[in-house]
Structures are given as C-alpha cells and as structure tokens.
Write a protein that binds this ligand. Structure first.
Ligand SMILES: *Cc1c(COP(=O)(O)O)cnc(C)c1O
Length: 424
C-alpha cells in the first residue's frame, strides 16, 4: 500500500481481501484458532512460525487495523493496545527496567504524566521532565548513563505545546536511545514524526482515530530505523537471548520487527492489554474518514479560535495554528496542513466566569473526552485537576481560568453561535 497517498491509505490499507472474501474487514470474534497438527502449534509457541493461536497475543482483525496505522505513520511494524495508557506504558517498559531512566518533555497528558512520574517509578524506572522549550544544553543535562528513551507529545494535551522534534531527536540519537512520540492530537494526517527523527510513535486511538468517542484504544508503531544492535549494551532485552523463547534474540530473528515482536511476545503475553476485536473493527471504520474529519476539525477550530480572539470577554486563546500563537512557527514547520481541533482559552472574568459560561452552552457539551466528532469543553480546574489549589494548578501548567475546547465537525456557524450566546 505504501505508494498510495494518505487519503487512500485511510480507506484501503491493512486489509486486502482475496477472491470471494468479505469486502469489509471481518471481526474475528474468536479467542483461539485451530490447527491440525500439534507440532505446528508448538512452532507457533516458539515463535518459529507466525500465525494466530490466542487473541491475547494476536488477532487478525487487530493486526489488519495495526497494519493500517503502521502504513499511515510510514512505519515497519505496529500493534494495537487496549488504551493509549497501555501503549505509552508498553512503549517504555519494552526497553527499560528497574534501574533505568527516561527523559520526557514535561507538557504531557495528565495520565501519561502520572504513569511516568509515579507508577513506573514504583517499578524502578525514573523520569526526568524537561521544559519542551528548553535549550539544547538544558536537554543534554537531563540525560544519565542509564537513560533508555526520550518521550514527548507532538501536540501536548492540554498545553498545546508543539514539540520541537528535531531538537529532541538529535539529543536522543547522540545518546543512542530511541525518541518516542505520542502523536495522538496531530494524527498521521497532520504530522508524521518518523520524517522528523522519531523512532517509535504511540497513539491513544480513543481520540481522533476512532473519532466518534466509541472505543478506548491505543497503538504503538515502530519506524524500524533505530539500530538496537549499535547500542546493544543499553538494550539487552532486544539483543541478548530470551530464555522464555528458547534463547531467541529479537534483533537477530526479527530485524526491523524486533521491538514490536518483543512487546507482543513478552508484554502482551504477560500483561494482556489487548484491544477487543470489536473495538478494532470500529476503530477501522473511524480511520476510513480520518483525513476528512481532521481537515474539518482544523478548519472549525481555526474559525472558533479567531472568533474567541476577537471577543471582548475573552482574555486569551491558545491554538498553534492561530497566527501569533507561541507555537505557530513550530506548527507551520512540522504540521503545515493543520494541527488539531483542540484549543484552550480563558475569560477576563477568570475561573468563575469560565464555569458560568460553560453551564450556558447548549450544543457544546461538558465531557471529559476530547478529540471526537462532537464539540465539547472541560474546565480542568473544576474537573480533572479539582483537588489542586491555585498555586498547585499553576505549577501543573493549568491556569485556573483555562477552558479546554475540543472543536467538533458540526457546522462552524452553529458552534460559534453557541459560544456567542454563552458569552453574552
Ligand atoms: C487520552 C490520551 C492518552 C491516554 O489514552 P487513553 O486511550 O485514554 O488511555 C495518552 N496520550 C494523549 C496525548 C492523550 O490525549
């Protein structure tokens, strides 16, 4: 599929039926798969032969959808996970263990921040968080001898910081570690991190990829570009024998598929965060229109951002595609066709005015979710971050008056009219 343009890949990649087979990707609603000889089943268990035997490890529906996402990102191997959280957890734990360390851009989705700052710390993996706008010297200072990866979000949720890919990729590669990018908000329609030096991409497919708020899911894609053998002493899990599979060495046996094969064979086997084939089927239908939806999300968000910017009651607007935004230049460089449909803004009346305005909205709903077809808002100070006082909120980078606005694909004039009546 790789010669087609991205719009064609959204529709066609991943599943190519043979003669007389279903035109639409079927849901393989089966936990297990039948074989005629015991010996063949044994070879599957030894990873000597590829094939399906148990859906916790692999399922044909999931594999077809992973292959589509892989093609969209321009990768060489991919897997689905049960959630974006599972994808970001696996992406790190596939190459780090107790005693190791990672470097992360500090502007992160709250769940990912908790995962890396607290949960993996309890497992012995430390994280150093750096300001994404730091200098090369400051970034360099964050590395340690035991650093195993660099992580950032292409467009941070909800800070809307655009990551300077080249700066982070350069630092990671000087230290012979992979650069991992969570590309959830930009999606491969607007940004392809592999073209800017990222080695591994993760997704919360829950957001734009599904696009309809129907299924929680995640994905990990490997570019195949990182040379694990060249940094073999840092990544023994990939470059030395795995005794649980009779001593196979992933890099030797699977080449560019080593990272994803190891994540499937070890982490999925042991932790089991598999995406349900039903959900993968729905995700695939979402992916078929990703290119159409992203264009409309971006167009509507820019119209809404301009409207808000010109409104007398609005104190500030953040949207990286808005000329004058702090991240406008980085957005133009890395995602010139558009960023995403999420913007943030604050009202001159502050926190109380934000809450009052949100309660008056009719079309735009108050929900925790972002990045689906329906317009919605969230007030982090009252919702996701409500346990924090004003000082803690500012330290977490959440202004008390910040409203996160996920602009949907309804008619832009209806969205703006709802904002207008709620602000008046
Ligand atoms: C939502 C989100 C996640 C977590 O994904 P889930 O599917 O909710 O587990 C991770 N990264 C980003 C950028 C997100 O927006």
């Amino acid at each position: 599929m790789s010669d087609y343009r991205i719009e064609t890949k959204c529709i066609q990649s991943g599943y190519e039926p043979g003669n007389g087979e279903p035109r639409i990707l079927p849901i393989y609603q089966s936990t297990t798969f039948r074989y005629t000889t015991s010996e063949q089943m044994g070879r599957l268990f030894d990873l000597e032969e590829s094939g399906y035997f148990y859906t916790r490890l692999q399922n044909p529906t999931n594999d077809a959808v992973a292959a589509k996402i892989c093609d969209l990102e321009g990768g060489t191997a991919a897997m689905l996970t049960s959630s974006g959280q599972a994808a970001n957890f696996y992406a790190i734990m596939n190459i780090a263990q107790a005693g190791d360390h990672i470097v992360c851009a500090s502007a992160l989705y709250g769940g990912t921040y908790n995962l890396y700052a607290h949960t993996i710390k309890k497992m012995g993996v430390d994280a150093t968080f750096v300001d994404p706008d730091c200098t090369e010297e400051e970034l360099e200072a964050a590395f340690q001898d035991n650093t195993k990866a660099v992580f950032g979000e292409s467009i941070a949720n909800p800070a809307l910081v655009v990551l300077d890919f080249e700066k982070f990729a350069k630092a990671a590669h000087i230290h012979k570690v992979p650069f991992i990018v969570d590309n959830t908000f930009a999606t491969p329609i607007n940004c392809r991190p592999f073209e800017w030096g990222a080695d591994i991409v993760t997704h919360s497919t829950t957001k734009y990829m599904d696009g309809h708020a129907s299924c929680v899911g995640g994905a990990i894609v490997d570019s195949g570009n990182f040379d694990w053998e060249a940094a073999a002493e840092k990544f023994p899990g990939l470059t030395t024998p795995d005794e649980t599979y009779h001593g196979i060495v992933y890099t030797q046996k699977f080449g560019k598929g080593a990272y994803i094969t190891k994540a499937t064979a070890q982490l999925m086997r042991d932790l089991g965060s598999i995406q349900a084939p039903q959900n993968a089927f729905l995700l695939n239908i979402g992916l078929e229109t990703l290119h159409l939806r992203m264009a409309r999300h971006c167009e509507n968000a820019l119209k809404a951002a301009k409207y808000l910017q010109g409104h007398e009651k609005v104190a500030w607007v953040n949207f990286p595609s808005l000329p004058g935004d702090k991240y406008y230049d980085l957005a133009q460089k890395y995602m010139p066709n558009g960023t995403c449909g999420v913007l943030t803004f604050g009202l001159k009346g502050g926190r109380d005015a934000a809450v009052e305005m949100m309660d008056r909205l009719k079309l735009i709903a108050i929900v925790t979710h972002v990045a689906d077809a329906r317009s919605c808002v969230l007030h982090p100070a009252s919702h996701t971050h409500r346990q924090m006082n004003e000082r803690e909120l500012l330290e977490a980078g959440v202004q008390p008056d910040l409203i996160r606005f996920s602009v949907g694909i309804e008619n832009a004039e209806d969205i703006i009219a709802d904002l207008g009546q709620a602000l008046s």
